[in-house]
Design a protein around this ligand. Structure first.
Ligand SMILES: N[C@@H](CCC(=O)N[C@@H](CS)C(=O)NCC(=O)O)C(=O)O
Length: 204
């Protein structure tokens, strides 16, 4: 039994925070976490004290320990309860972390692309935006061909991909990846009825 009350600095639409929330729900830990919504333009000073990077998600444990990266926060939460989302053997772990890296890479590009669209229009680089979009689309095509590697069981890798796809759909609905990549769309839809995925679905 866990009596730990943790603090999660987060934003509702952050794809990184979503990975943590899905993990927390799946691990039965959400009621042990106080979620603190952060306005990135006006960050609470204590966030900076815990995490000098000022990034979200940041998880603070009851004893004041701090976890800085979404994947590490997910690892930590996974360590607290059974059954584990991460497989136990080293080779499987390496494979899962590799797929996480690919999925998080898409998220990083989509976040960078979205940030570019927030700049004053005359300052935006169309070349950069095109490069982000082309790389994301190529990565989605690549992943579409390797879905068996991700599998259909919930794991850190599937959570990372679900979050990446949700964020791309939220920010760039006009890309219509569901129409061009129906296998990937069906894979994603299979998870969409899961309570943790439904509850954390990003809204604009
Ligand atoms: N690699 C980090 C990325 C976290 C990240 O970039 N978060 C963004 C929001 S989605 C952030 O905190 N930006 C605020 C800032 O850089 O000041 C993770 O996986 O946790």
């Amino acid at each position: 039994m866990y009596y730990i009350i943790m603090k999660l600095y987060m934003m509702r639409r952050s794809p990184y925070a979503r990975k943590v929330l899905i993990t927390a729900i799946e691990k039965g830990l959400l009621n042990k976490i106080t979620c603190i919504q952060v306005d990135l333009r006006n960050k609470p000073p204590e966030l900076q004290q815990f995490n000098p990077l000022g990034k979200i998600p940041t998880l603070v444990t009851e004893t004041g320990g701090c976890y800085y990266e979404s994947s590490i926060i997910c690892d930590y939460l996974d360590s607290l309860t059974e059954p584990k989302l991460m497989p136990l053997d080293n080779d499987s772990q390496l494979k899962i972390r590799n797929l996480c890296g690919l999925s998080d890479g898409i998220t990083n590009l989509a976040v960078d692309h979205f940030k570019e669209t927030l700049r004053p229009e005359q300052k935006q680089s169309n070349g950069l935006k095109k490069k982000f979009q082309t790389t994301i689309e190529a990565s989605l095509i690549h992943i579409n061909k390797m879905l068996p590697e991700f599998g259909t069981e919930l794991s850190p890798a599937t959570i990372a991909l679900i979050s990446a796809l949700g964020y791309v759909s939220l920010r760039f609905p006009e890309w219509k990846w569901r129409e061009t990549l129906p296998e990937l769309s069906n894979w994603d839809l299979e998870f969409s009825t899961r309570e943790s995925v439904k509850q954390t679905s990003p809204v604009d």
